[in-house]
Design a protein around this ligand. Structure first.
Ligand code: NAD
Ligand code: DAU
Length: 345
């Protein structure tokens, strides 16, 4: 461990908060600064357990604004960039501009600040496997594969990856890019498949399964993802891209994941509601080769059935966390997107 100060962006979100908790637990001598503006998806309660730690500081500020970023950048040894608009369904609506703005321009602002104020820092761009697009089985794209993003979300993330790598080459910065598959676990905003279906199932509400449910995602526990990121920061090679994923065998369809959730919650299969047309450009399959990061010594620990059961237990025991979210602005998005109220009321 060679870092004394770590700047994390988007640390009040799902994966960022898991990463900050991991850093805090693992590195007792490190200062952790979390820059997060708190969009609808950011929640300081995700980091309540370390909120008063002298080693941790959350600064409410926007990654798109140099005046927010610059004062935090000086002295940073590692910069880990999670902050993003992250929900594909929102990127296919009229809000797509926010994705370009945050995911592309925000990444530029951060890199430019690092170039000026912390040129010796190590930078990790948190990317997604969605940049490779829809992958026919049984292909597993490696890090050299062509990018073919399908949604405004994944296109903006591809742009961010390119920007990060261009700064490595042009300005000789120590930049890496990780590209991970779908995460699941505690503190995930209940708009994504797993937390949405778990919380709806716990309340006996419909589970809106898109387009027959035959699509494949490679589900990875968020804690396993965060371990991979730490390993990259410690042992990854400058200028390189690393795919991260579970490589589930067999691969699981959304319908199979839904059945797992139904079994773990004890909810009725009749809750499944087949919906069509809610995800234009819906990709059939995501999958990546993870040989490169496995060669560094990483492999996922959690297996999927146990992971889903533990995740169901967490949401069942943390109703206070998600009920508050589901009663707020969430309702507007839910109703506009799904065409029905978010609760049974
Ligand atoms: P999330 O939506 O839960 O959290 C995003 C966080 O970024 C929020 O706390 C939000 O307030 C913050 N943020 C947004 N705009 C900001 C801005 N302009 N300035 C400062 N903070 C801002 O996202 P997540 O699911 O935790 O994803 C984190 C990162 O990982 C994203 O870059 C995403 O593209 C990537 N990723 C996610 C997954 C997944 O399955 N969730 C998989 C692979 C990669
Ligand atoms: O692959 C990594 C990506 O995984 C990340 O980059 C994104 O930030 C993250 O949101 C996630 O994207 P997906 O679009 O794959 O995740 P989501 O949970 O939105 O959808 C997973 C699958 O479930 C997808 O095939 C669409 C389907 N789905 C989703 C929702 C929200 C449904 O069937 N019903 C739903 O209500």
């Amino acid at each position: 461990m060679s870092a004394e100060k770590i700047l994390v962006t988007g640390g009040c979100g799902f994966i960022g908060s898991c990463f900050v908790r991991t850093l805090h637990e693992r590195f007792p001598d490190v200062e952790i600064v979390n820059l997060d503006v708190l969009t609808y998806a950011g929640n300081p309660e995700n980091l309540e357990e370390i909120a008063n730690s002298p080693r941790y500081r959350w600064v409410r500020g926007d990654v798109r604004q140099a005046e927010s970023v610059d004062p935090l950048m000086a002295g940073a040894d590692w910069v880990v960039h999670f902050a993003a608009e992250s929900h594909v369904d929102r990127s296919t609506s009229e809000r797509a501009g926010a994705f370009v703005d945050t995911n592309v321009y925000g990444t530029f602002t951060l890199l430019d600040s690092m170039r000026r104020l912390a040129p010796g820092a190590r930078y990790l761009q948190i990317g997604t496997d969605e940049v490779y697009g829809d992958i026919p089985a049984p292909q597993l794209p490696d890090e050299e594969a062509m990018l073919s993003p399908s949604s405004p979300y994944s296109a903006s993330k591809a742009g961010a990856d390119h920007l990060a790598l261009s700064f490595a080459r042009t300005h000789d910065l120590d930049v890496m890019v990780s590209r991970c598959t779908n995460n699941y676990g505690p503190y995930q905003y209940p708009e994504k498949l797993i937390p949405l279906f778990i919380t709806n199932a716990l309340d006996s509400l419909p589970l809106p399964l898109y387009d027959g449910g035959g699509q494949i995602r490679d589900w990875l526990r968020v804690e396993d993802h965060c371990e991979a990121l730490l390993l990259l920061l410690e042992r990854g090679t400058r200028g390189e891209i690393y795919n991260v994923g579970a490589n589930q065998a067999p691969e699981r369809t959304n319908l199979e994941m839904t059945e797992m959730i139904l079994a773990a919650t004890g909810a009725s299969p009749s809750l499944v509601e087949h919906r069509h047309g809610l995800r234009p450009g819906h990709d059939q399959r995501y999958a990546v080769s993870t040989e490169k990061i496995r060669r560094l010594g990483w492999s996922p620990r959690a297996e999927i059935e146990r992971g889903v059961e533990e995740t169901v237990r967490w949401y069942a025991e943390h109703r206070d966390w998600w009920e508050k979210i589901k009663s707020g602005a969430y309702r507007e998005f839910y109703e506009a997107h799904y065409g029905r109220p978010a609760s049974g009321a």
